[in-house]
Design a protein around this ligand. Sequence first.
Ligand SMILES: Cc1cc2nc3c(=O)[nH]c(=O)nc-3n(C[C@H](O)[C@H](O)[C@H](O)COP(=O)(O)O)c2cc1C
Length: 176
Amino acid sequence: MNNILILYSTTDGHTLTISKRIANCLKTNSNISVTPLINCTKDDLKNNDVIIIGASIRYGKHNPKVKEFIENNLMILENKKNAFFTVNVVARKENKNQPETNPYLIKFLKSITWKPDIVDVFAGRLDYPSLNFWDKQIIRLIMYITKGPIDLKKTYEFTDWNRVESFAQKILNSSN
Ligand SMILES: Cc1cc2nc3c(=O)[nH]c(=O)nc-3n(C[C@H](O)[C@H](O)[C@H](O)COP(=O)(O)O)c2cc1C
């Protein structure tokens, strides 16, 4: 029986939803905790066998606390089975939806020493009605330029849930 810790960094909650789906796939053989990354202590890390970190992109970047956390806990992370995933809407595009082709993931992995055992990228969710005035306008403009959906009354979910479940399965296979 493994203890698995899923740490998430989210602004609007979608990375938490993905984390819960991963947890659901892993729960048969393991004790799972899903926790905000910012609340995680060194003891939490030490008490788990598998650490999964998930973080979303906002205006081109993960929350800087994600990188800080990884750097501060590098040794412990490297001694555990581990995985990382990023969530962004650029990944809705076929030519940007792989770890080798998603610009945010490539850049982020280059900026840290940690080499996660398993890495993936998931397309996120755009909930226009919930955004404030300026975010709505800016994101709509970006979506217009990148040929994405622009109806401000709608919510668009781009996540491929089969892909999320395959990621969980890879973790399951590697931790048995
Ligand atoms: C204000 C804002 C800025 C965003 N910036 C980017 C971006 O630069 N690149 C991108 O691919 N996605 C961007 N996104 C899309 C988010 O990554 C996507 O909505 C994701 O599902 C958010 O996950 P979260 O709810 O866990 O924060 C942005 C979304 C918002 C609302």
